[in-house]
Write a protein that binds this ligand. Structure first.
Ligand SMILES: C=C(O[C@@H]1C=C(C(=O)O)C=C[C@H]1O)C(=O)O
Length: 442
């Protein structure tokens, strides 16, 4: 957890790569009986547990077998190359052979090329996974060069057991981040003016909020609350970035690829009947449909070069979450050949859902207007396996813990198009902060 809470806009003054851990990766996966809810298995003592869970399925991990840190414009390619290097000469015994078995790396990548935040791939010592009625445990070690790997495959371990309830966050207070609400509305107005001048068609502007707790937060409690309140999302924690995202940038399994695109949002009122009427109006809103179309197009255009065919539904559906509803489109495709999920995430990032259209001009406008480093917010977060398959969500509805875990920097952003109203966008961003605020008890 080394990401600073302050947000310098200049690039990191460190080499783009750090030396990889030398040695041979040795990994073994065995089947398990139902060990209980995945998030309950995370051990209390581990300050950096790893999680990727939706509706009780997914992966959790702890302990560290290896860590890859990188930054800059080549962060995706660099991380992937070093993951491949680590796997070169590895010894893997996988007795389960499902999606997510064998050695896996959890990852989180910075939004911007120039970000001061590092991007990471974390290879845990222990992973417990659950999918389609099966459970498994993977143990991974990186052995010193020259060790006799076959003789040292990690042996069977005790089945993991649920731990007691983690301490909930206490006395959390919230303060403005880089800009106040009023200042942010002015930034939105400035963005609308730039759209009016024809500089961009759409730009996604974000703001941050600082949460402070009176004692270090137990991230397991935040994860459990998020997962309970937002079951349709992917609840994640990687290297201090914790959240529950509804948006799947890209998921691959063998040659199938899928992406869930979200753009176009309306707040929920809590009154079901009224919310249904709002959902219908969202599905007819030309502003939201236009904003959504930009996002879908950016994903399809980025995927097409890798696909033998894609399937794009003609119109979006409305995804209902506890705090907001989104226009959503599930894009699917068949991949041409062995392209990894991380390579695809790199090609899709940043989609118009979190950056804008056209991408380059929107990214420039974000850098000009936002006045903060997004860190790993709105970057890809997820996991990949030894075959390159994996799941990469967009890190939304999340916060970055500070070094001592008493501070969390929360983020939320909104797509701005011609005619966007600053007050309405501020209200939308406030609604998008609700999952993390509630999980922190605020
Ligand atoms: C940028 C965020 O959300 C994105 C923007 C949306 C919008 O503007 O309608 C909807 C979903 C996400 O793609 C965020 O939650 O911070």
């Amino acid at each position: 957890m080394s990401t600073p809470l302050s947000s310098p806009a200049q690039p990191a003054e460190r080499p783009a790569t750090t030396p990889r851990p030398a040695g041979r990766l040795v990994s073994r996966t065995v089947g398990l009986d139902d060990p209980g809810p995945l998030l309950d298995l995370l051990p209390p003592g581990d300050a950096e547990p790893l999680a990727w869970v939706r509706r009780g399925e997914g992966l959790v991990g702890w302990g560290r077998a290896a860590r890859i840190r990188t930054s800059g414009p080549d962060r995706f390619a660099d991380a992937e190359r070093r993951w491949r290097e680590l796997l070169g000469g590895s010894v893997v015994r996988d007795e389960v052979r499902l999606r997510g078995t064998g050695p896996v790396a959890f990852g989180s990548f910075a939004f911007a090329d120039a970000s001061a935040s590092e991007s990471v791939l974390e290879v845990p010592e222990t992973v417990v996974g659950h999918r389609d009625g099966r459970w498994w445990l993977t143990r991974t070690t990186v052995q010193a060069p020259g060790a006799r790997a076959a003789a040292e495959l990690p042996g069977p371990v005790e089945a993991p057991a649920p731990h007691g309830r983690p301490e909930p966050p206490r006395d959390v207070t919230f303060a403005d981040g880089s800009v106040t609400s009023t200042e942010w509305e002015l930034l939105v107005a400035a963005a609308v003016a730039r759209i009016g001048r024809g500089d961009v068609d759409k730009v996604v502007l974000a703001r941050d909020l600082l949460a402070r707790a009176s004692a270090p937060l137990d991230v397991r409690s935040v994860l459990q609350r998020l997962a309970a309140a937002y079951p349709a999302t992917w609840t994640f924690h990687v290297d201090g970035l914790v959240g529950a995202t509804p948006e799947m940038l890209v998921r691959t399994h063998v040659r199938l690829v899928a992406s869930r695109v979200l753009a176009g949002t309306i707040r929920r009122t809590g009154d079901d009947e009224h919310d249904l009427a709002l959902a219908a109006s969202l599905a007819r809103s030309s502003k939201d449909l236009g904003e959504h179309e930009y996002a879908v197009r950016s994903v399809v255009e980025a995927l097409e070069p890798f696909c033998a065919g894609t399937n794009v539904p003609e119109s979006p559906f409305v995804l209902h979450l506890a705090n907001v509803m989104h226009l959503a489109t599930d894009v699917t495709g068949v991949l041409r050949d062995g392209v990894s999920s991380l390579r695809l995430a790199a090609a899709l990032h940043p989609s118009a859902a979190v950056c804008g259209t056209p991408t380059g001009a929107a990214a420039g406008l974000i850098a000009d207007l936002e006045g903060m480093d997004r860190g790993r917010y709105a970057g890809p977060v997820g996991w990949l396996d030894a075959d390159g398959d994996g799941e990469w969500g967009i890190a939304l509805r999340c916060g970055q813990l500070g070094d001592d875990a008493t501070e969390v920097r929360l983020f939320a952003g909104c797509g701005i198009v011609d005619g966007s109203d600053p007050a309405a966008e501020l209200a939308e961003s406030t609604a998008k902060l609700v999952p993390m605020r509630d999980a922190l008890g605020g």
